[in-house]
Each structure stands twice: as structure tokens, then as C-alpha cells.
Design a protein around this ligand. Structure first.
Ligand SMILES: Nc1ncnc2c1ncn2[C@@H]1O[C@H](COP(=O)(O)OP(=O)(O)OP(=O)(O)O)[C@@H](O)[C@H]1O
Ligand SMILES: [Zn+2]
Length: 711
């Protein structure tokens, strides 16, 4: 018997006859359809063991197709489905138009019902065999496929529905496109099967396979599209956040906007907290700028009087002397917006960006007048216009600047302050009247200015009362404000590293030497012999300085190697020497000779070292300036020689002769002093070997023959 549904069994012979009957006439069978035959369910594993082993082939059913089951059931049991309205899977599935969807996957249910029926228990092995045979039935493939196809069907249907729907709603050109598109697919599949002459029996499987492949590809594309969409969304969000951050961050936003030209006008910075009080040691410059502050505070006052203030003020001075600080102080004193721009920002590689930035900057400044526009490194914008075919556009930026400066009246309340370290590099058009026609020099501070700047920065840190800023100031000739600020800062760091409570002279001296000569090379192990030579060499310099009337006073002597030097003697000018006398120049030469002379006297001429090379450079430079610049040679008179290379050989040799005489005399003078003070020389050298570094006071104590107290 062959079970058709939970309560219908059909003899197998009828099934086989029906399958093999030449015409599909319905064969009435007395199927034992018992209404109330209850299904006694036994657990599957108790199946009897003596059932015959049958398979489809034996039953002559191997050719049975899933698609034929319907007809078979109809022919075996006409009306089976109709009046029994058996809720069979055969009726419920709504197949799509595709042929392989015609089959319903009822076999799956059929088999599960089969397994739970009494018949299964009697012939479970047989039926299992049939089931396993049937496993390969296309219906199983389809059912497996169907199950997944079901979801796929749904998707396909949804796609096909969507397609169908768009075909109704889409405009004709889309419709044509879609149809044209589908036509080619459908045609290609059928055509493919024809060209491949796929046998009828496998066409369903082929189509399933094709569908699977298509759906997999579609799913993949879907997945890729989804992840692509997600990535794009994330990148977009990051971009928005990034730009927002850039525009929000004051420093970055200014840089970002000025460099990208997005909005070249930089945000004005209120300089309330910077006044002239913050700028030390440049009194003259401050006075000259005072009237600019008055104008900015009250431009009308000047217009009434008819006075014309300069539009552009040029601050000229070496780096770090306070030009930027002064400009900020002007804006701070007048309490007006301060626009900062650096000349280098205007010159971008993109043509025209510089000019547009200048336009935007001036437009914004005029809108916020009275205000200060500060252009740092003006020479990098207004550098001499390069009239070369290589730089056809370099003039654009500077021409724009000139045009803008001409574009507004002097009393509009906008003051442009430019700063440069190289005024000679500026284009003349920039510094003619009506442009940067007021020039303020901001020089390096003198010893008084240096003392003020040191006091200003020392007040910002904790320092010992023994600290004398003037001493430091005298030992820092030529230091700029920035270098002095750095010196104080380094001293504070050194004190912190040494675990000190406050900064003492020692730290200040240490950081001064570090700035002057480079960091101490403590790690360098100098053997005793070399240390002794260095000690006598440096004390040779010190002795000459001490016993030569016009020499600068000694500040300190050390045999601690710093930078390239093994030792050093630093001298303190009483104050900045605006002019030096012949005697002072000769004294400086003698001090420089002291090192080599000491080596020769103490160790003999065979043991002199190379350590004196920088001393001789120094002495030669002084001698050369005396002969070629300062007219201090009797023989050559007051003629100056700027470029000795272009002179006649006679003149050159005469100059060299004079220089040689000066150096020789200086050497002899130094030798004389050291011979005279040999004892002091020896004491000082031994004290240096003991203490390594001696300051002015300690040197004096030793040279006076007193005992140094132990440190
Ligand atoms: N005269 C001064 N008084 C007080 N501080 C100073 C002085 N000069 C320089 N400084 C300090 O040095 C720092 C740098 O100075 P600033 O930038 O104004 O010099 P600058 O002349 O503009 O340098 P550059 O020409 O390189 O731009 C300032 O922030 C300030 O702390
Ligand atoms: Zn020396």
C-alpha cells in the first residue's frame, strides 16, 4: 500500500498501474478510506525488522516525477482533493508562473506523515529506502530548494511583483528598459538550455541552479550595496565632524581657513591682556607707537585736527626682539580687534590665493574698524618683486597689498603694522609714503633693557634674593628678549630638575652658558692630563683678563666641556660697548692669546694643543677689522678695504703684514703677563682642577692668594 495522506492508503500496484497506464484515465480504487481510522502513533524506532527491501526501481516508479504526483492522485482518487478538501500542500501553494514552481513541496509533508503512520512501522525499512530514494526526487531538491526557494520565492516574487508593479507604474521608457532587460535574461536562460541541450529531466534542476546562482549574486550585491551605503554614511559623518572640529578649533580654524583660502580673513583676536607694560627694554619704540594708540582710541580726534596718521607702520629688528609683542600691545592698549597674518601664508602655490586672502583680510578689517592688521614677515609678501618669467604671478599678492593700502583713507581707523627682520629685502613700493611710511626700529635690548626683561620674567618664577639680574644682563650681550625669556625658563627647569625650591644665580649662569655654548657634556670623561692642560689654558685667559687694564671684567671660568669647547672663560662688559677703543681691542686680542701662551710656558712648545684655534680666529678677526675697517694701522692709514679679495696683491700682502704684526705683539704682551704672574696662574689652575667652575668673586679670592671656602 502507498500512503497518500494521514488517512488514505492506495495499493502500490494501483499506483504502479496508474503510473504506467498508457492513457491517464482515472482508475477507481477501493481505497480503504476510513473516516475514523485513528493514527496510532508509535515511536519511529520500533519499526518491525522483517519488511521486504524495495526500491523505486523495483516498483517501476523510478521515472515518477514530482510533477506527475498530482495527476496520479487524481487518476487514483478522482475528487480526492475536491470533496475531502484535504488541506493538502498540493492545493495551498500558489505557484508562480515559472515551471519549476509548479511542484509543491508536499512530498516533505508526505514523508513526515508517512513516518508518523502505522504503515511506516510495519515497513519502515522499505519506506525508509523509498524515502531515501525519493530524497533525490526533484521535489526534494525543490523542497530543499523550495524551502529556501520559499524565502527566495518570496523575494523573487517580491522582485517579480516589484517588477510587475513597476511595469504598471513606471514610465514607458523605464518600462521599455525593464522589459528589454528581462527579455534578454529570460531569453538567455532558455537559449542557454537549448544551446547546452540540457535534457528535459534536468532543466528544472538547471533552472534551480541558475536561480540559486542569480539569487546568491543578488544577495551578494545587496550585501555589498548595504555595506557600501554604511561606509559612505560613516565617512560622511566623520567628514562633517572633522570640518566642524577644524572650524571650531581657534588655532586650526585660522590656519585651516587661511591656508585653504576657504575664508582667508582670520578671526580678529582681542588683545586686551597685552599692553605696553608687557614689552620691556624698547622704550623708544613704545613712545613712537603711543600716538598710534591714541589714534586708534579716537580716530575722529585726528580727523578734526586734520592730521594724517600713517596707514602702515613698519617694525624693523632682529628676530625675537618683541615686534609681534609690540603690535599686540598697540591693539591691546587701544582695545581694538587685532588681525594677525603671517606673510608666508599669503604666498601659496596656487595662483591668486594670496591676493584673494589679502582682499578678504582687508574687507573684514574695514568692517571692524578701528582695528590693527599685523602682517608678520612682511618681506615674504612684499619681497622685491621678482621680475622673472619664472614667477609671472609673484607680483599679484604684493600688488594686491599695495592696492588695498591705497584703497582706504588714512583715517578710516585701520592701522597696518608690518614686521620684518630684513628691511632691505622689502619692495620699495611698499615703503614709499602713503604705505608703510613710518618705520620703527626694535633693536636688541641694551644691558639696561636686558636687566628689565630679566626682572620681568624672573617675577614670573620663584627666585632666590641673591639673584642679581644685572650680572646676568651684563653677561648676555646681544641677547634678544626671546632669548632672555628662554634663559629664565631654562634656569627654572634646571632648578626643578635639581629639586630646588627656587632659581639661584647658579641655574641662571648654567642656562646662560647652555644658550651660549651648548649643553654641558658631563658624560665626556676627560683624562687628567687633558684636564690639567685645559685648566692651565683657561686660567691663562683669566690671568690676562685680570691683569690687563682695558680687558673686560671676568665673569666666570670653567673647565666643564660645553658644546665644542673643553673649557671657557666668560667676560662681562661693564655695559654694551657702542664703541671700543684701540686699547680695548688690543686687550681682547691679548686675552685670546692667553690660552696658547699658557700651554707653551707650562708644557713647552712641543706640547701646545689645537685647543687655541678658536682663540686665534677671534684675535685675527679683531686685528683684521682694526686694519681694514677701523683705520688703526699706521702703515695703511684710514682707508677701508671691504672686499680684500679684489685688492691688488701688494695691498693684500700689506694688509696681511699689518695683521701679522698686531698678532705677534699681542702674543708677546700675553707672554709677559703670564711670566710675571706665574704663581697666580698656577694657583688658579689648581683651583679650577678642584672646583671645575669659578665665578668672578672666587677667581679674585684665588688670585689674591686667599683660601677658597669649601663649597
Ligand atoms: N622687549 C620684550 N619684552 C618682553 N618680552 C619680549 C620682548 N621681546 C621678546 N619678548 C618675548 O619673546 C617672545 C617673542 O617675541 P616676538 O615674537 O614679539 O618677537 P619678534 O620680533 O616678533 O620675532 P620675529 O621677528 O621672529 O617674529 C615674546 O612672546 C615675548 O615673550
Ligand atoms: Zn682658549
Amino acid at each position: 500500500n502507498f500512503l497518500l495522506s494521514s488517512s488514505v492508503t492506495v495499493p502500490l500496484s494501483h499506483l504502479i498501474n496508474a503510473f504506467h497506464s498508457p492513457k491517464k484515465t482515472p482508475v477507481s480504487v477501493s481505497a480503504s478510506i476510513s473516516q475514523n481510522q485513528h493514527r496510532d502513533v508509535v515511536s519511529e524506532h520500533e519499526a518491525p525488522t522483517n519488511e521486504p527491501v524495495l526500491n523505486l526501481r523495483d516498483l517501476g516508479l523510478s521515472e515518477l516525477k514530482v510533477g506527475q504526483i498530482d495527476q496520479l492522485v487524481d487518476s487514483l482518487l478522482p475528487g480526492f482533493y475536491k470533496d475531502k478538501n484535504v488541506s493538502s500542500h498540493w492545493h495551498t501553494s500558489h505557484v508562480s508562473a515559472q515551471s519549476f514552481f509548479e511542484n509543491k513541496y508536499g512530498c516533505l509533508d508526505m514523508f513526515s506523515t508517512l513516518r508518523s503512520s502505522c504503515l511506516y512501522r510495519q515497513h519502515s525499512r522499505t519506506l525508509k529506502r523509498i524515502c531515501s530514494d525519493l530524497q533525490y526526487w526533484p521535489v526534494f531538491i525543490q523542497s530543499r530548494g523550495f524551502k529556501t526557494l520559499k524565502s527566495r520565492t518570496r523575494r523573487l516574487q517580491s522582485t517579480s511583483e516589484r517588477l510587475a508593479e513597476t511595469q504598471h507604474t513606471a514610465p514607458s521608457f523605464v518600462k521599455g528598459f525593464l522589459l528589454r532587460d528581462r527579455g534578454s535574461d529570460v531569453e538567455s536562460l532558455d537559449k542557454l538550455m537549448k544551446t547546452k541541450n540540457i535534457p528535459e529531466a534536468h532543466q528544472d534542476a538547471f533552472k534551480t541552479g541558475f536561480a540559486e546562482g542569480f539569487l546568491k549574486a543578488q544577495a551578494l550585491t545587496q550585501k555589498t550595496n548595504d555595506s557600501l551605503r554604511r561606509t559612505r554614511l560613516i565617512v560622511f559623518i566623520l567628514l562633517v565632524v572633522g570640518i566642524y572640529g577644524l572650524l571650531k578649533n581657534p588655532f586650526l580654524s585660522v590656519r585651516f581657513r587661511t591656508t585653504t583660502g576657504l575664508d582667508s580673513a582670520v578671526d580678529p583676536v582681542q588683545m586686551k591682556n597685552v599692553t605696553f607694560e608687557h614689552v620691556k627694554g624698547v622704550e623708544e619704540a613704545k613712545q613712537e607707537l603711543q600716538e598710534v594708540v591714541e589714534f586708534l582710541k579716537n580716530p575722529q580726534k585726528f580727523t578734526v585736527l586734520g592730521g594724517k596718521l600713517p596707514k602702515g607702520i613698519l617694525l624693523v629688528g632682529p628676530p625675537g626682539t618683541g615686534k609681534t609683542l609690540l603690535a599686540r600691545a598697540v591693539a591691546g592698549e587701544a582695545d581694538v580687534p587685532f588681525y594677525y597674518a603671517s606673510g608666508s601664508e599669503f604666498d601659496e602655490m596656487f595662483v591668486g590665493v594670496g591676493a584673494s586672502r589679502i582682499r578678504n583680510l582687508f574687507r573684514e578689517a574695514k568692517a571692524n574698524a578701528p582695528c590693527v592688521i599685523f602682517i608678520d614677515e612682511l618681506d615674504s609678501v612684499g619681497g622685491k618683486r621678482i621680475e622673472s618669467p619664472m614667477h609671472p604671478y609673484s607680483r599679484q599678492t604684493i600688488n594686491q597689498l599695495l592696492a588695498e593700502m591705497d584703497g582706504f583713507k588714512p583715517n578710516e581707523g585701520v592701522i597696518i603694522i608690518g614686521a620684518t627682520n630684513f628691511p632691505e629685502a622689502l619692495d620699495n613700493a611698499l615703503i614709499r609714503p602713503g604705505r608703510f611710511d613710518m618705520q620703527v626700529t626694535v633693536p636688541r635690548p641694551d644691558v639696561k633693557g636686558r636687566t628689565e626683561i630679566l626682572k620681568w620674567y624672573l617675577n614670573k618664577i620663584k627666585f632666590d634674593q641673591s639673584v642679581d639680574p644685572e650680572i646676568i644682563a651684563r653677561g648676555t650681550v646681544g641677547f634678544s628678549g626671546a632669548e632672555l625669556e628662554n634663559l629664565v625658563n631654562q634656569a627654572a627647569l634646571k632648578a626643578a630638575v635639581d629639586g630646588k625650591e627656587m632659581v639661584t644665580m647658579k641655574e641662571l649662569e648654567f642656562s646662560k652658558d647652555k644658550i651660549l655654548m651648548g649643553p654641558e657634556r658631563r658624560s665626556v670623561e676627560i683624562d687628567n692630563k687633558n684636564k690639567t692642560i685645559t685648566a692651565y689654558h683657561e686660567s691663562g685667559h683669566a690671568i690676562i683678563a685680570y691683569y690687563t687694564k682695558d680687558a673686560m671684567p671676568i665673569n666666570k671660568a670653567t673647565i666643564m666641556p660645553r658644546g665644542p669647547t673643553l673649557g671657557h672663560v666668560s667676560l662681562l662688559p661693564e655695559n654694551d660697548r657702542w664703541n671700543e677703543t684701540r686699547a680695548q681691542l688690543l686687550a681682547q686680542m691679548d686675552v685670546s692669546m692667553g690660552g696658547r701662551v699658557a700651554e707653551e710656558l707650562i708644557f713647552g712648545s712641543d706640547h701646545i694643543t689645537t685647543g687655541a684655534s678658536s682663540d686665534f680666529d677671534n684675535a685675527t678677526k679683531i686685528a683684521k677689522r682694526m686694519v681694514t675697517k677701523f683705520g688703526m694701522s699706521e702703515k695703511l692709514g684710514v682707508m677701508t678695504y671691504s672686499d680684500t679679495g679684489k685688492l691688488s696683491p701688494e695691498t693684500q700682502s700689506a694688509i696681511e703684514q699689518e695683521i701679522r704684526i698686531l698678532l705677534r705683539d699681542s702674543y708677546e704682551r700675553a707672554k709677559h703677563i703670564l711670566k710675571t704672574h706665574a704663581k697666580e696662574h698656577k694657583n688658579l689652575a689648581e683651583a679650577l682642577l678642584t672646583y671645575e667652575t669659578l665665578d668672578a668673586k672666587e677667581i679674585q679670592i684665588v688670585l689674591e692668594g686667599k683660601k677658597l671656602e669649601v663649597r
